[in-house]
Design a protein around this ligand. Structure first.
Ligand SMILES: *Cc1c(COP(=O)(O)O)cnc(C)c1O
Length: 437
């Protein structure tokens, strides 16, 4: 299969090229050139279908002509030593937990597949890659754990000193080996600026095979389709007429992956796009007016995005047609007060902790079912992070503390290792020459 830029359908690249380039040279995002027709496959799936089987099925189509079945199997097996888990809350609502990976958030699925696919391509051609990323927290820990111990790949992560949570810092700085953490005296914007400058610096790009792994990478988007398909297969037998996914959203990568699953034949009735106060997309769905704006701080901070990077992909999917998008995607905005309220309610009623992002999705799902009177509908809410990652918010909402999952316990007990550096390209260049031999 070939991939094109959202800004230029003429320039076609392979999956491998899209993987290592990240952003298209024209500034657009890579999208599949054609729609696959996988209905027959999807209909044949059932409760017994494994996550690996589903991941391998879709990956084989994507890599047709590039890699054989053996390589596809290797990529999937190495990417996913963890799986999603489905919790049926009642007849109308279920939750698919996506936080059983090494960093305890759904971004593990994308990062881990990207790492595994890169490792496969690099080993074939005996090349090396240096992944350079700036992070304000969550993305960095998913990337760091996903690339840890991958052959032929070094990872350098820049994060702003004192501005990520203590637990997140531990996740970034305790892996060692091929993962180097740089603690930058400056802001997240400084870190991002330094990374961008490094990519266009002639001396550095000559010295190191620099590659990005940021969230707009196609290699992180595509694997997020797999759990939509898996959740459908798990629920299929019990579904009545209508089936929806509700997706807590920030940059809308997760939702966009679901839209591709639908486009390629997954029988979904619609999607609920749930946001916090950063409601640019729900506002667009309501009014037809897209007005990105500076982000606002909320309790679900991984969704504090004022200009969602994947909106360009969503528009391309619906041929820039507002009515087409509205027919499938329903928007809703959930306030911080409602988020806290629903976290308490779910703990009291179902004895379940939700992270604040998942709570936004849960609230929007319940409201959707009530408002639209979808009596014959079922909504599957995507649970995006383990509640213990946001322990302060959970305690504030419920008065109780969730238990730390094993990967977080392990990270918390290890010793931090980082290089402190200034916020210029010269500082970054010096340390790169020092650590990457
Ligand atoms: C990144 C993230 C989101 C938002 O996902 P997008 O793909 O950016 O819409 C939601 N919840 C958590 C916990 C996240 O880390």
């Amino acid at each position: 299969m070939k991939f094109i830029s959202t800004r230029n359908p003429e320039r076609k690249v392979s999956f491998e090229e899209a993987l290592f380039q990240g952003l298209a040279p024209d500034g657009g995002l890579y999208i599949p050139e054609e729609d696959l027709q996988l209905q027959t496959h999807f209909r044949a799936l059932g409760k017994e279908s494994s996550f690996h089987e589903i991941a391998a099925l879709v990956t084989a189509y994507l890599l047709k002509g590039e890699l054989d079945a053996g390589a596809v199997h290797r990529i999937v097996k190495n990417a996913f030593p963890f799986e999603p888990k489905l919790v049926r809350v009642d007849d109308q609502l279920s939750i698919v937990e996506l936080y059983h990976g090494p960093s305890c958030a759904f971004k593990d699925f994308g990062a881990s597949f990207l790492a595994s696919a890169m490792e496969e391509f690099l080993s074939r051609s005996n090349r090396k890659a240096v992944i350079l990323v700036a992070t304000s927290g969550d993305t960095g820990s998913a990337v760091a754990t996903a690339f840890h111990n991958r052959k032929n790949i070094d990872v350098v992560i820049l994060y702003p000193e004192g501005r990520v949570s203590p637990l997140q810092e531990k996740q970034l700085t305790t892996l060692g080996g091929n993962i180097t953490a740089l603690e930058v005296k400056g802001s997240f914007d400084d870190c991002q600026r330094m990374v961008k400058a490094a990519f266009v610096d002639p001396e550095l790009s000559k010295a190191f095979p620099l590659t990005s792994a940021n969230s707009i990478s196609l290699g992180r988007l595509i694997p997020q389709m797999f759990y939509y398909i898996w959740a459908f297969a798990q629920l299929k037998e019990t579904l009545k007429e209508e089936f929806f996914f509700c997706v807590p959203s920030g940059n809308f990568g997760n939702l966009t992956a679901g839209l591709y699953a639908w486009k390629w034949g997954l029988p979904v009735t619609g999607f609920v796009a749930a946001t916090n106060a950063n409601d640019v997309v729900p506002h667009y769905l309501e009014s037809g007016i897209y007005s990105p704006r500076p982000s606002q701080l909320t309790l679900s901070n991984a969704m504090d995005v004022g200009s969602p990077s994947n909106f360009e992909r969503m528009e391309a999917l619906f041929h820039k047609n507002w009515n087409l998008m509205r027919a499938l995607v329903f928007g809703d905005m959930v306030t911080d007060a409602e988020t806290l309220e629903v976290m308490k309610e779910v703990k009291d009623q179902h004895n379940m902790f939700l992270c604040p992002h998942t709570a936004v999705g849960y609230k929007a799902a319940r409201r959707f079912l009530a408002r639209e009177a979808r009596d014959n509908g079922h909504v599957c809410v995507l649970s995006t992070a383990h509640p213990a990652k946001f322990i302060e918010v959970v305690e504030r909402a419920t008065g109780q503390s969730p238990e730390l999952p094993q990967p977080l316990v392990d990270a918390a007990s290890k010793e931090k290792q980082s290089y402190k550096i200034g916020n210029t390209l010269a500082d970054l260049s010096k340390v790169l020459h020092q650590v990457l031999k």
